[in-house]
Design a protein around this ligand. Structure first.
Ligand code: SAM
Length: 259
């Protein structure tokens, strides 16, 4: 169909067939998978995915694309959810959901945080994102890329950087390089926060001023005696602490609150 890409919906359509094939190979769809594609657009991934799947759910916001899809795809093979993915309740589709998509980059972090709330229903996720975002997702402590996104996602997910994708693979080409990432929820959390809302608040406070020490950014939570007790140096900065450290702080605080 004739379609002018809409910037406000982050529409950069994949056009490189070799890359599309590598993405589908990485996703490895099986006929009976309960798969949801976020942002199917003009079908660059949808159509090759459908070759392997009996059925596919898609979540799309663009009315023009939704109207086109309704005529284009054979009835029964695809369920079109005309919705903003940030408001979409994945759990209503069932459990063991596989999620995939070339995401709209302008809202990629909100989408990731939205999916974090629905992980109980999700088996795995494969996403195309800005390369810089994927680097932040998989970053190790004490690196410039390591931040709140790394901690919050690594707490719940095992992630693999799969492939770097150049701007020319898209039409129109985005201004930045892209990368494809696999995210699999931990079967069992390696480090479990007793209070996950508190964990989120501690991580947020620590990274609120990256350059400052945690003695400073976490002063509303911990004093010098607390740091000594947890055995985490108060002169460290947020980026020096591992997921395990943030969980240790949270559980120390949680224990103190309940005592
Ligand atoms: N999958 C297609 C491809 O690879 O060529 C399109 C990818 S394009 C980067 C992002 C897609 O997400 C577009 O189809 C866009 O309309 C859709 N989209 C943007 N914002 C959305 C939202 N909030 N909810 C659902 N879909 C959205």
């Amino acid at each position: 169909m004739k379609h002018l890409p809409k910037k406000r919906f982050g529409q950069n359509f994949l056009i490189d067939q070799a890359i599309i094939q590598s993405l589908v190979n990485a996703i490895d769809p099986k006929p009976d998978d309960l798969m949801v594609e976020i942002g199917p657009g003009l079908g660059a991934l949808t159509q090759p995915l459908l070759k392997h799947l009996n059925h596919l759910h898609v979540v799309e916001i663009d009315r023009d694309i939704i109207d086109w899809m309704q005529d284009f795809y054979p009835k029964g093979r695809i369920t079109i959810h005309a919705s903003d993915v940030l408001k979409f309740d994945f759990s209503k589709l069932g459990s063991k959901i596989r999620v995939a998509g070339n995401l709209p980059y302008n809202i990629s972090s909100p989408i990731l945080f939205h999916l974090l709330e629905q992980l109980a229903h999700i088996t795995d996720m494969h996403f195309m994102l800005q390369k810089e975002v994927v680097e932040r997702m998989v970053a190790k402590p004490s690196t410039p890329e390591y931040g709140r996104l790394s901690v919050m996602l690594q707490y719940r997910l095992h992630m693999e950087y799969l492939l770097t994708v150049p701007p020319e693979a898209f039409d129109p080409p985005p201004k930045v390089e892209s990368a494809f990432v696999r995210c699999v929820p931990h079967a069992q959390l390696p480090f479990k926060a007793a209070d996950e809302a508190l964990f989120g608040r501690v991580v947020l406070a620590a990274f609120s001023q990256r350059r400052k020490t945690i003695r400073n950014t976490l002063k509303s939570f911990l004093n010098d005696d607390d740091f000594a007790e947890i055995k985490i140096g108060s002169q460290l900065r947020a980026e020096n602490l591992s997921v395990e450290d943030y969980v240790a702080i949270t559980n120390y605080l949680n224990h103190r609150i309940s005592a």
